[in-house]
Design a protein around this ligand. Sequence first.
Ligand code: ADP
Ligand code: MG
Length: 322
Amino acid sequence: DHVANQIAAGEVVQRPASVIKELLENSIDAGASHIQVVIKDAGKTLIQVVDDGRGMGLTDARMSFERHATSKIKTAEDLFSLKTKGFRGEALASIAAIAHVELKTKTEEEEVGTCIRIKGSTISSQDPCVNPKGTSICVKNLFYNIPARRNFLKSDAVESRHIIDEFQRVALAHPHINFSLHHNGSELFQLPDTNYRQRITNIFGGKTNEKLVPVNEDTEIVKISGFVGKPEFAKRSRGEQFFFVNDRFIKSPYLNHAVVAAFEGLLKDKAYPSYFLYLEVDPKSIDINIHPTKTEIKFDDEHSLYAMLRSAIKHSLGQFNV
Ligand code: ADP
Ligand code: MG
């Protein structure tokens, strides 16, 4: 039902960047190795995501716009051992409720693909189409039917900043996937598949590489890897600070504090360290489902995590004599 979809949409889709995030996560879940993002007018006019993932068959393609039509949870048990990013089955239904959407998709097995056009939750056409294996989704005129929302959007500069932030988070979490981002016809990012260190450098510029100190720690409850920026490169403003838990970007003031504590005595006043830290934990020991946009999670044992993170970083900083 359209109303439920519109309400859900308000939770899942706050701005164009939220659409980008959901579509990128779907492409990753579909096993894509190349993902292209094209936007116009900071995503207000057009957001297109093209992937070479497994695609969808005729029926699955239709089903994907139904609310709670997720192919990713089969049992309640699955909810606690999430390996995929999506699991609510709300994103596509929500997006289709508040935009004009065109989906083109094809699986390996099929000869021709299928193209679905949908507008305000109503499918207006489904036809066979030519498409390589994979999925292409075009989202046009976001919030066309909710003027209050549309008017609430910020300037193109602000909305495209949000898009770039989401894009970078996803790209940092998946260095082995090729990503590109084009805005109004110009290329903002072209990221070849590589390792973590090189992906960070490709995103933040040539000099980044020499600023990074590796952090590695493997314990019973967490595997920590990634990099912290050397103290002399700490910034006056927050910015390059990233936590990923099981390949998802998360925000955690608590863990941020652990990093800052590890830099104790090494930073000038009011300087923030950069960090790109990847934590792997048992999915059963976290709860990701506390926020619809999934950037906050709850850890079972956050005190131990804090202590381990701090000591791992201290150790690395000591080892690299910084
Ligand atoms: P969720 O990701 O939570 O399952 P979504 O609304 O984001 O819910 O997507 C619904 C379903 O549509 C997914 O479970 C998946 O089966 C299918 N789907 C969406 N995007 C893609 C894609 N890019 N490639 C293949 N299948 C997709
Ligand atoms: Mg999804």
